[in-house]
Each structure stands twice: as C-alpha cells, then as structure tokens.
Design a protein around this ligand. Structure first.
Ligand code: URA
Length: 250
C-alpha cells in the first residue's frame, strides 16, 4: 500500500504533538527530508501508525506513542526492582505513579541505591536492555580498605567474577580513601559488587550516579521526576551509538 494513502496519523501532526513545533514547522521538517519512517525518508503527506512505525528526526528516534511516560527514580536501599515481590518488600513501581503501568529498565540489587529509569515504552526498554547496547552506567562505590594502583588497574582491565567470566574493560578512578568511581558498559548480575570483591575490596555502599547521558544530583532517595524529551532522545541515541556489530556484520 502506498504509505501516503495508508491509515494512521499524519506525520506532521504526530511530530507536532510530541513537541517539534507547529504543524507548519513540522511540515517543513518533512519537506526538508529530515524525517525518516522505518529508515526511509518520509514524503509530505506520509501517515504513520504510532504503535508500529519507527520515526526519526535528524537521525534520532522520536517517541511518538501518546501516553508514553519516562521516569527517573533515585532508588533507595531496601527497595526491590521487580514489579511484585513474593516476600512483600517495597518495590520501585510503588514509588512512581501507578497509572500508566511502567516497568524498570534494567535492575539495581536491593542494597544498591541510585538512578533507574521506569517507562511504558517497550521499544526504548528493549533497546537499552539488549546486551549489544552497552550504555555506560556509572557507580560510586564505598569499599572496604583503600584500593591501590594494582587493584584499580585490575578493575580497569577486567577481573574474573566467576569461573571463566572476566569483565570488560571499565573506567575506574579513586575519588578518595575507599571511594571508587566505576563506569561499566555491561550489566551482569551484581557486577560492581563482584568486581570489587574480586580485587579484595568488598562494597559497603553502592550508588548508581549516571545512566548514559542521564544524571541528576538533586534527586533525593525515593524521589522521581519525568525525563525530559531531550533526555529520552539522548538515551536512545546513546543506546544506538554503543551498539556493537552482530558477528555476521563484521
Ligand atoms: N552492580 C551491582 O553490584 N549491583 C547493582 O545493582 C548494579 C551493578
């Protein structure tokens, strides 16, 4: 079917609705060839199915589904990341509005604090959770003892956290006595705790301070805020940029 005649919302209306300016401005964006739908440059008059089509403006994927929400939460200690906890412990979804229903992107273990994204945007969640999209995650770890140059180097280069599993290179710097900043791309189970334990400095306190381009030092424990559209776009972009080629594409 010719996409200009198919059902759906007019592209400029959709773009205008999600904040790209007036219909006129959005008409121009399309006419200038800056908008793609499912990878193809959109022609004026194009209609889109907002539940299925992937819309990009200037190479950036745009969230077009009405009703999509994106929250940034500062998870406190003692709260679990799962939606339902059989043991009745507090969950992170209990800390944000209950409607629309959202889910966490990735996980933080119960003892870990810090930033986590919750959304009902399955596309973004899938993009960020895919193992080949290693968006940087930054942590501040308070550890036992004071890691010396050897331990820091080992953390940087990769440590064996279980038989046969060595972590990928990480950015690591000492921020003070027993205080280490660690930036990882991977998202292995209790990764930072196991890395620090493997070099002889078990973690006492662990805080995630950044997810890709998203950070917020003013968000207190248990507080949340909506992500700005720019932040959603930057996060999407970071996930795409960090994509590693599939083995058969090398
Ligand atoms: N590393 C950990 O050890 N725990 C987390 O929750 C996240 C990263």
């Amino acid at each position: 079917m010719n996409p200009t005649e198919s059902d759906g919302d007019r592209l400029q209306k959709v773009l205008s609705r999600v904040g790209f300016g007036s219909r006129r401005v959005c008409d121009d964006l399309v006419a200038e060839g800056r908008v793609r739908v499912n990878g193809e440059v959109a022609v004026p008059g194009r209609r889109v199915d907002v539940t299925r089509d992937v819309v990009e403006v200037d190479g950036r994927v745009v969230g077009v589904l009405p009703g999509l929400v994106y929250y940034l939460l500062n998870k406190p200690v003692g709260v679990v990341t799962t939606a339902n906890d059989p043991d009745g412990r507090p969950t992170i979804v209990g800390l944000v509005p209950s409607e629309p229903r959202v889910f966490a992107v990735g996980r933080l273990d119960i003892a870990t604090e810090g930033l986590i994204v919750l959304t009902n945007d399955g596309q973004l969640a899938q993009l960020l959770s895919h193992p080949s999209h290693g968006v940087e995650k930054e942590y501040l770890a308070e550890v036992e003892g004071d890691p010396g140059p050897g331990a820091l180097r080992a953390l940087r280069e990769g440590v064996e956290i279980e038989p046969g599993v060595v972590t990928a290179p990480a950015k690591v710097s000492r921020r003070g006595p027993g205080l280490v900043r660690i930036v990882v791309h991977e998202g292995r189970y209790r990764q930072v705790r196991r890395m620090c334990a493997a070099v002889g400095h078990p973690v006492r306190r662990l805080v995630r301070t950044r997810i890709g381009p998203v950070t917020d030092v003013r968000l207190g424990p248990g507080a949340w805020r909506a992500l700005e559209l720019d932040e959603v776009r930057a996060l999407t972009q970071a996930a795409r940029a960090s994509e590693t080629p599939a083995p058969d594409a090398r």
